[in-house]
Design a protein around this ligand. Structure first.
Ligand SMILES: Cc1ncc(COP(=O)(O)O)c(C=O)c1O
Length: 479
């Protein structure tokens, strides 16, 4: 058979494929609630099903879609399932899914104005919505990146350039022990050594303590070091804790430190009133990470980094090459996003957020975020009423943590019960939550940001956890 050198389908074939893909997606969204939340297959099984040499010959795409249904989509954790409460769920929406299809289909180059003026304008507008939502001034600029890890890296590289002119040997960075590991990863990638990082113990509410930060900065200055940057949390991954942003901003101002706020998880809550109150001070950040693929209901991958003085992004990332000269045009007016971050070639990530915000309206997003707050509070109230649990951290920014109470079991046995509960949930696949460690104790954690999750979902999940807890306790006691 002659190879399809142009890699083309006829209009009818394209439509048929497109309709089938849409049908599969609609079926998925419609029936997700009754599907398993988790399905993990052993590597050997998947190797047997999917390992093959580079396919030389064509195959009917229908059969490939069937294979995907059978072997791939059935082997994922459904992070947008209404009973997926683990890590940070990503409860996306169908409009954004279609936006991703459009972005992929038109395939604009969102790295410069010449090739993507329309797309860049949408990105400018959408970034500005997020800026306004978080109360940062109009001098602020930013861009969409792959997620929070890249947002943190982009912000910290900018801070290093702006405050240290990249002379970082003596510099010191501060954050709490609850800070996401992407921050340390970013610092390592941009060349900081472990000795330059101060991980400060958090207070009883898992927040960075301003006084111990002040002391650490003073000690470092006395030792001839150069304190340079504080990373504050606007919603930690573990417990949803928000560091005292206003007081940290005061300290940073006094000490001339760069304040980066990691709001990858929580900053989206600034859209609603109670979130705005909890996040007071976020508007004083020098840089901010915010992930629309978390609490703004977008499919992966879309993170956002905002920098209070947009010019610093360009100062950090601008380099030039002969083959890009033609893209340098009206510098003031035309924005070339390749100058604002690591990527040259970049996709049109802004579209999904723009299209879904316009389609549903910000009010719908606001209510969806509020629902996340309320569900965590509802979960907390159920847990408090049950004798099986002790609340470890109360509902905060859509996250509640709790520990199983098992009379007669040692602390390490109770830790083990939590780890086994997660295994049992994975096996059972009705609901999924994860454990984490807080002050050396393993605890369960629910993150309730899915706008389609109901109180009944929460109730049934807790009931199941109680049942697993009882079974595990009996097994341990009879061992
Ligand atoms: C607070 C926080 N920061 C950063 C990240 C990293 O984001 P991503 O996984 O999108 O790279 C996460 C992810 O959960 C997070 O919760």
């Amino acid at each position: 058979m002659k190879a399809n050198r142009e890699l083309k389908l006829s209009p009818d074939e394209m439509r048929r494929l497109g309709y089938r893909v849409v049908d599969q997606l609609v079926e998925h969204f419609e029936n997700l609630a009754s599907k398993p939340v988790m399905r993990v297959s052993p590597r050997v099984e998947l190797e047997a099903k999917l390992r093959e040499p580079l396919p030389e010959e064509p195959a009917p795409v229908d059969s490939l879609l069937d294979q995907l249904q059978r072997d791939v989509w059935s082997n994922i954790g459904n992070v947008q399932h209404q009973r997926f409460f683990a890590f940070i769920p990503s409860p996306s929406n169908f409009v954004s899914v279609m936006a991703d299809a459009l972005a992929s289909g038109f395939n604009p180059f969102a790295g410069n104005w010449l090739e993507g003026s329309g797309t860049s304008q949408i990105e400018l507008v959408t970034i500005d919505w997020l800026r306004e939502m978080c109360g940062l001034p109009e001098t602020t600029g930013g861009l969409f990146v792959s997620g929070g890890s890249m947002a943190n890296l982009t912000a910290l590289a900018t801070a290093r350039r702006a405050r240290l002119d990249n002379q970082s040997e003596n510099a010191v960075i501060y954050f709490s022990d609850q800070t996401h590991n992407s921050v340390e990863k970013a610092l390592r990638v941009i060349g900081f050594a472990r000795e330059q990082i101060r991980t400060l113990p958090s207070d009883e509410d898992f927040r960075l303590q301003v006084e111990s930060l002040r002391q650490a900065v003073a000690e470092d200055r006395a030792a001839g070091k150069q304190p340079f940057c504080v990373i504050a949390n606007a919603g930690t991954t573990n417990t949803g804790a928000v560091d005292p942003l206003d007081r940290l901003a005061d300290l940073c101002e006094r000490e001339k430190l760069w304040l980066h706020v990691d709001g990858a998880y929580g900053a989206a809550a600034a859209l609603c009133e109670r979130g705005r109150k909890l996040l007071a001070g976020i508007e004083r950040a020098d840089s901010l990470s915010l992930d629309p693929h978390k609490w703004l209901f977008q499919p992966y991958e879309i993170g956002c980094v905002l920098v209070r003085d947009a010019r610093l992004l360009k100062k950090t990332f601008h380099t030039m090459a002969a083959y890009l000269e033609d893209t340098k045009r009206a510098e003031e007016e035309e924005i070339n996003y390749y100058d604002y971050g690591v990527q040259l070639t970049r996709g049109f990530r802004a579209l999904k957020l723009w299209l879904s915000l316009k389609t549903f309206g910000a009010a719908a997003f606001r209510e969806a975020i509020d629902h996340g707050f309320e569900l965590a509070e509802f979960a907390e109230s159920l847990l408090r009423r049950s004798e099986c649990w002790r609340i470890v951290t109360q509902a905060a920014m859509g996250i509640v943590t709790f520990r199983y109470v098992a009379e007669g079991c040692s602390e390490s046995e109770i830790n083990e019960i939590h780890r086994r509960m997660v295994e049992m949930m994975t096996e059972d696949s009705f609901a999924f939550a994860n454990s984490t460690a807080l002050r050396g104790q393993t605890v369960m954690r629910l993150c309730t940001i899915n706008p389609r999750t109901t109180e009944e979902d929460v109730r049934a999940t807790i009931k199941q956890l109680e049942q697993f807890g009882r079974e595990l306790q009996t097994t341990i006691k009879t061992k």
